[in-house]
Write a protein of this length. Structure first.
Lengths: 137, 501
């Protein structure tokens, strides 16, 4: 018969509970960094990665920065096909925005996602998306 | 734009004392000498737009080995084509043969002309009829998939409409893939601003704005948007406008028809009149700009089973048994004259709802919450903020007149109602909101799709227009599933004309 180290099991269990509670209490609130002094505040999920302007826009002054091309977003976010694959379960209801019923995987990231301002849901222009999508980060 | 005007001004200023200045002001801004311009890019064919018509035209020229570019002002490709269902009326398809359906060019034309009420240019109606099957085979051979059953849609004497599998989205995606495989080029966020002609009046290119950022929040994006970098693209053979309609251009459509101020539209955000204006400035002839086509979402044929009431007074406003154009005009004029922004309410009772010829579509609307269901008329009145007493009274009057088989007020033919009234619960309601789905107006073109000059009534050398951007093709209204054969046949023929030119 196997023996269990009860205190350690208990600790592990408690740890799990604590982690769960922490998770519940600290939902990721993906808001803009309103405290930032920059004219171009970044979203909290990019801030958590401690990204700086130059990481996306390169060296140079803010005035010379240009909006990124999709390809530049994809240097971190892999590929549009990869992003579509991650939510492929939505395809059976034709609701996947990354492999769109209308557009396939051709949509520009900027149709919905904005780094320095509030993101929008392009699909909501015509559809009631509340039943199938959370607000866009 | 400023730069071009200044140059234009200098050029004509220098010639101010000579007789050459007799060029109409309309054309002055577009006249340019070939030598003055430093071209930023050079193509054989520039196609403006990226919907179905643009794709078909571009494929024909790219397959013929011409250096072709498709330019799209939006960051999204496909225009209205990718959000349309794309039912496709074809004369003489293999599916008609398989089902033993007898169809002919004359019958097809008769149906299109009935919708067009004689406003349609029959040369174009014939062009669509005679080439529709060729267009179907063209698309099918290039990856577009169609269902194996024909639809028999409203206004068509026989079943002839193909179902595009996956709708316009899949169709355009398939054609796009094919186009790229033929070395076709595509540029997003490039807006055609002005058509450039040489001194002989031949179209030689476009002034465009690259990195254009369409702004939905602007009242008039074409005029107010200041984004984008001005560039000059040379077109050695042709410029093709495949720029669709202008149903999203509130300012322009309201100038043409004031009842369109409040109308909703399912069209894509980019459907403004800027491209049409560019062609008019280059001398094109505008045709039937005030004609528009409406749809209700739910089948128009089913509206007769309902009672349509004013959203404020709950009084019936018209004979509900009518066609989409007349009903929409009545609703929009009614709203304008009663100074309200609220669409009338359509009320079905249990039997009326059951009578629908397309229950699948009605149930889909119910599931999506666009049609609402109620146990009593009182609940319905509360939800739609209708005066309860007045609604009950109106329903009673309506039911009694149905029982008496006589509609004194609006002369509706009650024999078609199949038991529908406003008396059996549950009740169903939806706003009668006509949607502007198509603009029949556009520029006049020959059957080769050359744009005609308003002065000479002769083709403007090097300028073509296809699809919804053309005018006078469909007339008063466009028959359902009649747009796809127009877009495809015009694209094929324009492409072939350019290749031969």
């Amino acid at each position: 018969m196997k023996t269990y180290n009860i205190p350690i099991l208990l600790l592990l269990l408690m740890g799990g509970v604590i982690l769960l509670v922490l998770n519940v209490n600290e939902p990721k609130t993906y808001v803009m960094d309103v405290n930032s002094n920059s004219k171009y505040p970044i979203k909290s999920y990019h801030q958590e990665l401690q990204l700086e302007c130059k990481n996306c826009h390169g060296e140079g002054s803010e005035e010379d920065y240009e909006e990124l091309e999709d390809e530049q977003c994809l240097t971190c976010h892999k590929s549009k096909e990869y992003l579509a694959q991650r939510i492929s379960f939505m395809e059976k209801d034709k609701t996947s925005p990354h492999n769109s019923y209308h557009d396939g995987t051709t949509l520009s990231c900027y149709e919905c996602h904005h780094s320095h301002e509030k993101s929008v849901n392009m699909c909501a222009d015509c559809h009631n998306v509340e039943t199938w999508m959370k607000p866009i980060k | 734009m400023e730069e071009l005007s200044r140059r234009g001004f200098m050029k004509w200023g220098a010639l101010a004392t000579s007789a050459i200045v007799a060029v109409p002001a309309l054309n002055a801004a577009t006249l340019q000498s070939d030598k003055e311009i430093k071209w930023d890019a050079e193509y054989d064919v520039i196609v403006v737009g990226s919907g179905l018509s643009a794709h078909v035209t571009s494929i024909v020229t790219a397959e013929a080995g011409l250096k072709t570019v498709m330019i799209e002002k939006m960051s999204r490709l496909g225009g209205n084509s990718i959000i349309s269902q794309q039912d496709f009326a074809v004369m003489g398809s293999d599916l008609q043969a398989k089902s033993g359906i007898k169809d002919s060019v004359e019958l097809y034309m008769k149906d299109f002309s009935a919708a067009g009420k004689g406003y349609n240019d029959v040369r174009h109606t014939r062009r669509i009829a005679e080439n529709s099957n060729r267009a179907y085979e063209f698309a099918r051979d290039r990856g577009v998939k169609y269902g194996d059953k024909l639809k028999h849609l409203g206004g068509h004497t026989v079943a002839r409409s193909l179902q595009t599998l996956g709708g316009g989205g899949k169709a355009v995606q398939a054609l796009h893939k094919h186009y790229l495989s033929k070395n076709g080029e595509v540029l997003k966020r490039v807006k055609a601003e002005e058509i450039i002609k040489d001194n002989a009046g031949k179209v030689i290119g476009l002034m465009v704005k690259e990195k254009y950022k369409f702004d939905n929040k602007l009242q008039a994006d074409d005029r107010e948007n200041t984004t984008g970098k001005v560039k000059y693209y040379r077109a050695k053979k042709a410029v093709v406008f495949a720029t669709g309609g202008y149903s999203r251009d509130k300012e322009f459509r309201t100038i043409q028809n004031p009842t369109l101020a409040l109308i909703k539209t399912p069209s894509n955000r980019g459907a403004t009149a800027g491209a049409l204006k560019s062609m008019i400035k280059a001398g094109a002839t505008p045709v039937q700009i005030s004609l528009t086509r409406f749809s209700f979402g739910i089948p128009t044929e089913d509206l007769k089973y309902s009672m349509m009431v004013d959203a404020n007074t709950a009084a019936r406003i018209t004979n509900e048994d009518s066609n989409r154009q007349d009903l929409s005009n009545i609703i929009l004029s009614h709203m304008l004259t009663t100074n309200t922004k609220k669409y009338p309410v359509l009320i079905f009772d249990a039997q009326g709802f059951k009578n629908s010829h397309d229950p699948h579509r009605m149930n889909k609307f119910l599931k999506k919450g666009k049609i609402k269901q109620f146990n009593t008329l009182k609940e319905l009145a509360t939800e739609y903020k209708l005066p309860v007493d007045k609604l009950l009274e109106e329903a009673d009057t309506y039911n009694k007149s149905i029982a008496a088989k006589k509609d004194d007020k609006f002369k509706k033919d009650y024999s078609k109602l199949n038991g529908a009234a406003v008396q059996k619960a549950p009740y169903y309601a939806i706003h009668a909101a006509p949607g502007l789905s198509y603009t029949q107006g556009g520029v006049q073109v020959t059957t080769k799709h050359e744009v005609l000059n308003i002065d000479s009534n002769k083709p403007i050398d090097g300028l073509y227009a296809v699809g919804e951007a053309t005018g006078g093709v469909h007339g008063f209204s466009r028959i359902t599933s009649g747009s796809i054969p127009d877009c495809m046949t015009s694209g094929i023929i324009a492409g072939e004309s350019i290749v031969k030119s």
